[in-house]
Design a protein around this ligand. Structure first.
Ligand SMILES: [Zn+2]
Ligand SMILES: [Zn+2]
Length: 612
C-alpha cells in the first residue's frame, strides 16, 4: 500500500474466491492443495517459496508459514523494494502501481537449511527486534539467544559503562532480562523463525552456580560441590574462577547425571526452544585429569553426554533438537563413543573461532604450523589457519554425518579488526558457497546485532548467499549501493574497492588483519588514502535524508580507518605510547558519535576490538 498509495481490500480466502481476478492470495501451502498438486510441498525445516498466477490471481505461498512470509517479501523485492538495514532508514520502497505482481513467477528453494544470527555484543531490545524484522525480510530463518537468559548482552548495552555520554543507564535484573528475551522470542515466532537457545552455562548451572555470562564466581564451591569440578593440574577449582569456563568430573555419576538432568529439565520446561545448544565450558585445556575421566577423550565424554540427553528426551517425548559443537576441547572427533540412532534430533555445529579471516575457509593457501588434531589431553592448540580446520571438519564427518552447520564469527570482532566491508561481503559469499562441499547445511552467525556499518554489505551477502548459493556478489553489491546512494553509488563503489585493495593481507603477516600485521609501510599507505578520500566525501551532495545518513556513516567509517591506521602505524614502528594515545582519541570519537552510529555499529564491541 505504501508503494502504490492505494488501499487494498482484505478478505478471507474460501471456495470460489479465485473466480474473481486481480486478487493476491496469500496462504499456507495446504490452502492450495488442489491448485498446485505437488509443487512446493510442505516442509517445516526447509524453506521453499512459490509465487504463481492462476486465473488472473497471484498466489503467494511457501513450504511452511515462515516461507509464506518469505515469499511475500521476495515478491516485494521483485517489485523493487529493498531492505538494506533494520529500521525505517533501511527500507527503500519505490513508487509503483505494482501491476507487475500479476506477471511474477517465483519458485525457489533455499540452498541451506540453517540461516541464522546469534546474539553477541551490546544490543538494546530495539536493536534485537530490528534485526529480527530485517532477517525475515531477507529470508533468514533462525535466531539464537545465548544462555538461559541473555542478560550478559543486555547489560553490556543498558548499563552504559562503555559510553556514559550516550543513552540512559538502566539496571537490568534477571526478571527484566527474561522479559526482553520474551519480546525477542515473540518477534521471532511471529515470523515463524526457528528459535535456538542457551549454549554455554550448563556446567555451572547444574552444580548450582549462575551460568549466564563470563563472570567470576561469587563464592567458593563447598566441599561436596568441589568434588564435581574437573581436576586440572591436581586441583579442583573454577577454571580462571569463572564457573561457565569450568568443566565437571564427568566420570563422577553425580556430576554426569546433574548435567543431563539440567538440560533435559530445561528442554521440558521450554517447548518454545526448537534447538537447544548443549555446549560444555567456554575454555580450553580444562578437562578433568582424574584417573577415571582420563580413560576417555573429551569428545568421547561429550558424545556420551549428548547421547544420554538425547535418549532421555526421546523417553520423555520431547521434540527439542540438540545442537552439539566442535570447538576448543572437542576439535578432535570421538575415538570410542558413537552417537545414538536418534540422529534426526542431533545437529553438529562447527565453530572455528580461531580461524583466519584474511582468507576463505577453503583457500588451500591458508595453512600454518598448527595441527588438525592429535593433541594430548589438555594440550590443545587450536589452529590459526583454515586448512587445518577443514581437516578437522573432515574427521568429525566420519563420526557424525547428520545435520550440521557452521557457527561463524565474521561480524563479531573480526570485521571490526579488518574494517573491510567489501572484503567481508566477498569472504562470506565465498565461504557460504563452499559450506555444502564440507557437508554443512548452512550457518549461524555469532555476531553483533548492530552490524550494518557503514553499510550492510556483509549482512546482505550472508542472507543472500545462504538463500541462494549461486548468487553473484556483484549483484548484491550493486543492489545495496544503489539502494543507499543515489547518484553517488559509483563513487562509493570505487572507494570500497580501493579500501579492499589497500587492506589485502600483508606478505609479512598474511593471516591477520592488515592493521595488526606490523607492516608500517602498507598501513601508512591506507592512512594516506583515507585522508584524501575524506576530503572528497565532504564534497558529495546527498539527494535525500536516507543518502545523507549513509554518507555520514561512510564518512565516519573513513575517519575511523584514518585514525586506526595512524595508531597501527605508530605501534608497528615501536612508538607504543603514541599509539596508545592515538587509540584513546579514536575511542573518544566512537563514544561521541554513537548517536549517529548506534543502529549500525556496536560501539561496545568496537572499543574492545581495538585493545592491543
Ligand atoms: Zn574426573
Ligand atoms: Zn589465512
Amino acid at each position: 500500500m505504501r508503494m502504490t498509495g492505494n488501499t487494498v481490500k482484505l478478505s478471507e480466502f474460501g471456495p470460489g474466491s479465485l473466480r474473481e481476478s486481480e486478487g493476491i492470495v496469500v496462504g499456507e501451502r495446504g490452502l492450495f492443495s488442489d491448485l498446485l498438486g505437488d509443487e512446493c510441498p510442505h516442509n517445516d525445516l526447509d524453506d521453499e517459496i512459490l509465487v504463481t498466477q492462476r486465473d488472473g490471481n497471484c498466489l503467494v505461498t511457501g513450504s511452511n508459514p515462515r516461507s509464506v512470509l518469505f515469499a511475500a517479501y521476495d515478491l516485494l523485492e521483485k517489485l523493487g523494494a529493498r531492505w538494506v538495514a533494520p529500521g525505517y532508514m533501511g527500507e527503500v520502497l519505490p513508487e509503483s502501481d505494482c501491476s507487475a505482481v500479476f506477471e511474477q513467477e517465483i519458485s525457489e528453494k533455499a540452498s541451506y537449511r540453517h540461516r541464522g544470527v546469534c546474539i553477541e555484543g551490546a544490543p538494546s531490545l530495539e536493536h534485537a527486534l530490528g534485526v529480527i524484522d530485517w532477517m525475515a525480510k531477507r529470508k533468514m530463518n533462525t535466531f539464537f539467544l545465548q544462555f538461559k537468559t541473555s542478560i550478559y548482552f543486555w547489560r553490556n548495552y543498558y548499563l552504559r559503562e562503555y559510553n556514559e555520554s550516550y543513552g540512559i543507564r538502566q539496571e537490568i535484573d534477571e526478571k527484566r532480562s527474561l522479559e526482553m528475551d520474551e519480546e525477542v522470542i515473540r518477534a521471532a515466532k511471529l515470523r515463524g523463525l526457528l528459535f535456538h537457545r542457551v549454549g554455554h552455562g550448563w556446567t555451572a548451572e547444574s552444580i548450582g552456580f549462575p551460568g549466564l555470562g563470563w563472570w567470576q564466581a561469587d563464592r567458593e564451591p563447598d566441599e561436596e560441590t568441589r568434588k564435581l569440578l574437573a581436576e586440572v593440574g591436581g586441583k579442583r577449582q573454577f577454571f580462571g574462577n569463572v564457573p561457565i569456563n569450568t568443566e565437571l568430573c564427568y566420570s563422577n555419576p553425580k556430576a554426569f547425571d546433574a548435567l543431563v538432568s539440567e538440560v533435559v529439565d530445561y528442554a521440558r520446561a521450554h517447548p518454545e526452544v526448537d534447538c537447544l545448544h548443549l555446549w560444555l565450558s567456554d575454555a580450553a585445556n580444562n578437562f578433568c585429569e582424574c584417573d577415571s575421566c582420563s580413560k576417555l577423550t573429551p569428545s568421547d565424554w561429550y558424545v556420551r553426554i549428548v547421547r544420554t540427553v538425547a535418549a532421555e528426551m526421546k523417553k520423555q517425548r520431547l521434540a527439542t533438537r540438540i545442537v552439539f559443537l566442535c570447538y576448543t576441547n572437542t576439535l578432535s572427533p570421538p575415538q570410542a563413543e558413537g552417537f545414538s540412532r536418534d540422529k534426526d534430533r542431533l545437529i553438529y555445529m562447527f565453530a572455528p573461532i580461531s580461524r583466519c579471516y584474511s582468507h576463505a575457509l577453503l583457500d588451500p593457501s591458508c595453512f600454518g604450523r598448527g595441527q588438525a588434531g592429535g593433541w594430548p589431553r589438555n594440550m590443545v592448540q587450536a589452529p590459526r589457519t583454515n586448512a587445518e580446520f577443514v581437516k578437522i571438519r573432515g574427521s568429525w564427518l566420519k563420526a557424525f554425518a547428520g545435520d550440521g552447520f557452521a557457527f561463524e564469527y565474521y561480524l563479531w570482532q573480526p570485521y571490526l579488526r579488518h574494517l573491510n566491508p567489501l572484503g567481508f561481503a566477498r569472504l562470506i559469499n565465498t565461504d557460504v558457497k563452499g559450506l555444502a562441499s564440507v557437508a554443512l547445511n548452512g550457518m549461524i552467525s555469532c555476531q553483533a546485532l548492530r552490524a550494518f556499518y557503514p553499510i550492510g554489505l556483509p549482512m546482505a551477502s550472508m542472507a543472500e548467499t545462504l538463500w541462494d548459493a549461486s548468487v553473484d556478489l556483484g549483484r548484491i553489491v550493486d543492489e545495496t549501493l544503489r539502494a543507499c546512494f543515489e547518484a553517488n553509488h559509483e563513487f562509493v563503489r570505487k572507494y570500497l574497492e580501493e579500501v579492499d585493495w589497500l587492506l589485502r593481507p600483508s606478505e609479512r603477516n598474511p593471516h591477520v588483519p592488515l592493521l595488526q600485521s606490523g607492516d608500517a609501510e602498507r598501513i601508512l599507505e591506507l592512512g594516506r588514502y583515507a585522508s584524501a578520500a575524506g576530503a572528497r566525501m565532504q564534497a558529495l551532495r546527498p539527494a535525500d535524508e536516507r543518502e545523507k545518513r549513509y554518507l555520514s556513516l561512510l564518512e565516519h567509517f573513513n575517519r575511523i580507518l584514518e585514525m586506526r591506521s595512524k595508531a597501527s602505524a605508530l605501534k608497528a614502528s615501536g612508538q607504543e605510547e603514541e599509539a596508545a594515545r592515538s587509540t584513546a582519541e579514536c575511542s573518544q570519537f566512537l563514544r561521541e558519535t554513537e548517536r549517529l552510529t548506534h543502529r549500525y555499529l556496536d560501539t561496545w564491541l568496537m572499543l574492545r576490538s581495538m585493545r592491543p
